[in-house]
Design a protein around this ligand. Structure first.
Ligand code: GDP
Ligand code: CA
Length: 324
């Protein structure tokens, strides 16, 4: 069975780990042909300190490869921050974004390969040779796409700042007037992305941020159309009118979508979504043209996460069978 999962960072990675557990695959079965292809969001990527930083790809790679800081959900376990302190001592900016020492090594490998001309997809594949995440991890594109957020400036106008500055530095507290994927229109899906979607038995949308994670992936020309032809089941990142973690509500507000499981499904649309899992707290949610089921959707422990991933997969297989 071939499953495609377009994924952001923490929500995507945790869902994927549950899916692997549900399938009995993952790091222990790395010699097997991968059945899961992940299309990773690269809209959060940023160049700082001369290093290309790919937070969502690395979160998926570290989580599935056993190197993640579990409490934080991103970054390396057993991390130290000597490099960050040394950079601050040089007055290097920004100070609101720090890479841990272990993480720096990943970024040096990436920087060296990119300087030698390798595309991000090849770099990601090389990094995964160490981490063996048990999935095929593809960036959504090899082209540079960066999410920017339009906020008010002091002069009564607006200015655009990088998503990371808005999210990490300002904790999404500055009202977002618009969220823009700079470079998205001219981007092409990375090698293997459209082929994986065409070959997929089912596509599962994890409970990733619908705007800046899944939304960025859908904005790469060709990807949304390809996904529309597949059987797609999504898991709601919104439970009881609030994001489970993070500030997805600020992103949804910026694009005029309510923070409810129903509004997110309607935003994805019945052309894209065949099925939608909502939490039991949102049981009774109806979305025209979409099969909605309710389940416990908190990824609170491995068993609960595996169970919701299994439910998403089962619904997708059922709907695929119905489509014939
Ligand atoms: P990021 O790139 O690290 O921000 O992570 P993602 O975009 O992949 O996922 C972020 C989303 O995951 C947030 O909108 C959260 O609401 C959602 N999320 C986090 N934990 C859970 C959970 O346990 N259950 C559900 N349903 N959603 C979750
Ligand atoms: Ca992200």
């Amino acid at each position: 069975m071939r499953i495609v999962v377009p994924a952001g960072g923490i929500g995507g990675a945790r869902f994927l780990r549950g899916l692997q557990a549900a399938l009995g695959s993952g790091a222990d079965h790395q010699e097997n042909e991968p059945t899961i292809t992940v299309i990773g969001n690269t809209g959060d990527d940023i160049t700082l300190f001369g290093l290309r930083i790919c937070p969502d790809l690395d979160t998926v790679m570290y989580t599935l490869g056993g190197g993640i800081n579990e409490d934080q959900g991103w970054g390396r376990a057993d991390e130290t921050f000597t490099v960050k302190e040394e950079l601050a001592a040089y007055g290097m900016r920004p100070t609101w974004f720090g890479l841990g020492d272990r993480d720096v090594a990943t970024h040096i490998v990436r920087a060296q390969m990119m300087a030698a001309g390798y595309p991000l997809s090849a770099v990601t594949e090389a990094l995964c040779e160490r981490w063996r995440p048990g999935v095929r991890l593809l960036p959504m594109t090899d082209d540079r796409v960066e999410t920017h957020v339009v906020v008010d400036d002091d002069a009564g106008g607006t200015r655009a700042i990088h998503f990371q500055e808005w999210w990490v530095r300002h904790r999404a507290a500055l009202p977002a007037r618009a969220i823009v994927g700079v470079g998205a229109e001219d981007a092409a899906p990375a090698p293997g992305v459209l082929d994986a979607i065409a070959a997929a038995d089912v596509v599962l949308l994890p409970p990733s941020n619908p705007v800046v994670s899944v939304g960025s992936i859908l904005n790469v020309p060709g990807i949304r159309d390809a996904l529309t032809a597949a059987t797609v089941v999504g898991v709601s990142p919104i439970i009881g009118g609030a994001p489970v973690r993070g500030m997805a509500d600020a992103c949804l507000a910026a694009i005029g979508v309510e923070t409810t499981a129903r509004a997110v499904a309607e935003h994805y649309g019945p052309d894209l979504l065949d099925g939608w899992l909502v939490d039991d707290a949102d049981a009774g949610t109806e979305v025209a043209g979409v099969e909605v089921r309710s389940r416990p959707l908190y990824m609170s422990d491995p068993e609960a996460t595996a169970a919701l991933a299994r439910a998403a997969l089962d619904l997708a297989l059922e709907l695929k069978g119905r489509r014939g």
